[in-house]
Write a protein that binds this ligand. Structure first.
Ligand code: PA5
Length: 434
């Protein structure tokens, strides 16, 4: 049984029931294409069965390696960009204590990220930290040739070798890359690094449930078996139900597609829990890189409410009517922080006494939903009982599956990214690369 729930009822005034009924055969057709692996990009469908196919041996090896790194390092630096970065960060930030760095209890290393930008200040500041902390490096690149992580890794490798000596540095570096190809594969073989493989048929943005996501997540101390169990649950449900009425990925994919046809060209993914910020970043990459092709595709964007209600709220309520919202609605949180009673009540908040912040947050969510629907913003709601490894696993698989269906509805290949090359070739030309 899956635990997350989808509600599309607040899109009904924007899409007629007749339109939905007419399109159901279409989404059921692309569903069959996806699971029978006969659609576009079908050589990149390894993610479909990953939760089932990942072996306990591989999970044990990942946990063992994470344990070895944790024994050596206070900080684990994960070097990667795009799909080789966002999935791990999304899960870690969703589960981790937001002030982990300031807590005395350091049972697990702090996972930091590098090579996801070319910010010189950022990377220099990281080096300042690595000068005084013991650290290890996980370098991730499927192609093994991406410039940003390659630059960061060259700097970190040199630093690590200077700090610990070459032999010790080799123990502190783990590479995750293609089985046979690419500069990183060659380098790892020569340097004798511990290596994990990214399967050939899993693209970067679909790779969070491979060692790409699992090793950093395990290093941060989270339960990768539970994450996989959540994904497995979702997979079982989506595979079991080939009909629209029972399949939440088909319902979500069709709903977004029909809103898009109604000129709702932007999907604003909203969380009311700030710890989901990077989950939204992962979503943006998954959907943006998959759908945005051939002059088509919903533009995925995101916000954290109520924070952004004080910045984007005005636009969402009254600006151009070209967007819809997908709200990640978390029912229960683990902490409880009630509003105290105050004798003077100078701030006028006694009417909220003993309510928890989360209860008020849920009311803010409901009030916002009503206001936005009244303001002609269709609202899709994904209800998450609580943030945990299991629910994140469910969400990851749900969004991957929905994204693939959405791409097929648009009649594009959701698994390639030819447009990403354009900036690279200009950059290489301007840099004088041979
Ligand atoms: O989803 C994708 O394929 C991309 O976002 C890649 O993950 C990203 O460009 C990094 O590529 P690589 O892992 O080859 O360094």
């Amino acid at each position: 049984m899956i635990s997350i729930r989808l509600s599309t009822q607040n899109t009904q005034s924007f899409i007629s029931n007749d339109t939905i009924q007419n399109e159901i055969p279409n989404v059921e057709r692309v569903y069959r294409e996806l699971i029978s692996k006969t659609g576009k990009g079908n050589d990149f469908l390894g993610w479909l069965n990953l939760p089932e196919e990942i072996t306990s041996d591989l999970l044990d090896e990942i946990k063992h390696t994470a344990g070895q790194l944790a024994a050596l390092a206070q900080v684990v630096v994960v070097v990667g960009i795009g799909g080789s970065y966002l999935g791990a960060r999304a899960v870690i930030e969703a589960l981790q204590h937001p002030f982990k760095t300031l807590l005395p209890d350091k049972k697990t290393p702090l996972v930091l990220f590098a090579g996801n930008s070319m910010g010189e200040n950022y990377h220099k500041a990281l080096i300042d930290v690595l000068n005084i902390k013991d650290y290890a490096v996980i370098v991730i690149s499927k192609s093994g040739t991406t410039t940003e992580p390659a630059i960061a890794f060259r700097i970190l490798k040199e630093h690590c070798e200077k700090k610990y000596g070459k032999k010790e540095a080799q123990k502190r570096i783990v590479a995750i890359t293609d089985e046979k190809r690419g500069a990183l594969k060659k380098l790892s073989t020569e340097e004798n690094y511990k290596t994990f493989v990214i399967p050939d048929d899993v693209g970067g943005r679909y790779s969070v449930l491979t060692p790409v996501g699992l090793l950093p997540i395990a290093c941060a101390g989270f339960n990768i078996e539970k994450l996989i169990a959540g994904a497995k649950n979702m997979r079982a449900s989506l595979m079991q139900y080939p009909h629209f009425n029972e399949n939440i990925a088909m319902q979500y994919a069709l709903c977004r597609y029909l809103l898009y046809k109604e000129e709702k060209k932007l999907e604003l993914v909203v969380a009311y829990e700030p710890q989901l910020f990077f989950f939204i970043e992962w979503f943006k990459q998954l959907f943006g890189e998959s759908d945005g092709k051939d002059g088509k595709g919903i533009f995925p964007t995101g916000a954290v409410f109520s924070t952004d209600l004080h910045s984007l709220g005005q636009y969402i309520q009254e600006g151009e009517r070209h967007l819809f919202e997908t709200v990640l609605s978390v029912e229960k949180v683990t902490s409880h922080l009630p509003i105290p009673f105050d004798n003077n009540d100078l701030d006028g908040l006694n009417y909220l006494q003993q309510k928890s912040i989360h209860e008020i947050n849920l009311v803010a969510e409901e009030g916002t939903r009503l206001a936005h629907i009244a303001g002609n913003v269709p609202n899709i709601r994904i209800v998450i009982p609580e943030i945990s490894e299991e629910t994140l696993g469910e969400l990851i698989y749900f969004f991957e599956f929905s994204c693939a269906l959405g791409g097929y509805l648009l009649n594009i290949n959701p698994f390639d990214q030819p447009g990403v090359e354009a900036y690279k070739s200009n950059m290489f030309r301007l840099l004088g690369k041979k």
